[in-house]
Design a protein. Structure first.
Length: 95
């Protein structure tokens, strides 16, 4: 996905008075996974509330199921996100 790149603070990334455009797949996935249900007016059911799982006794399968559901609801491919993260982790390990 191409779109506007945000800074780590969530602000628009501006370089030399120009907005930065690039691949936003991981950025979009991160935003979706940080949501709690009800925070987004356009889709109040979107948001896995992962913080709740950290405080409770969630297992890997339940967490993965929630992540897949909410990414899919936002139009983001879980497999594509997983693949990109694996590439980043592999590149990081090689350094």
């Amino acid at each position: 996905m191409k779109g506007l790149i945000l800074t780590t603070d969530g602000d628009l990334n501006v370089i030399s008075k120009h907005l930065t455009i690039g691949d936003t797949l991981l950025q979009d996935a991160s935003i979706v996974l940080q949501l709690k249900q009800g925070e987004l007016k356009e889709d109040p059911l979107l948001g896995p509330n992962l913080l709740r799982l950290l405080r409770g006794k969630a297992n890997k399968n339940e967490t993965e199921r929630l992540v897949k559901i909410h990414l899919s609801r936002a139009g983001i491919s879980y497999e594509e996100v997983k693949s990109k993260l694996e590439i980043i982790l592999n590149n990081h390990e090689d350094k």
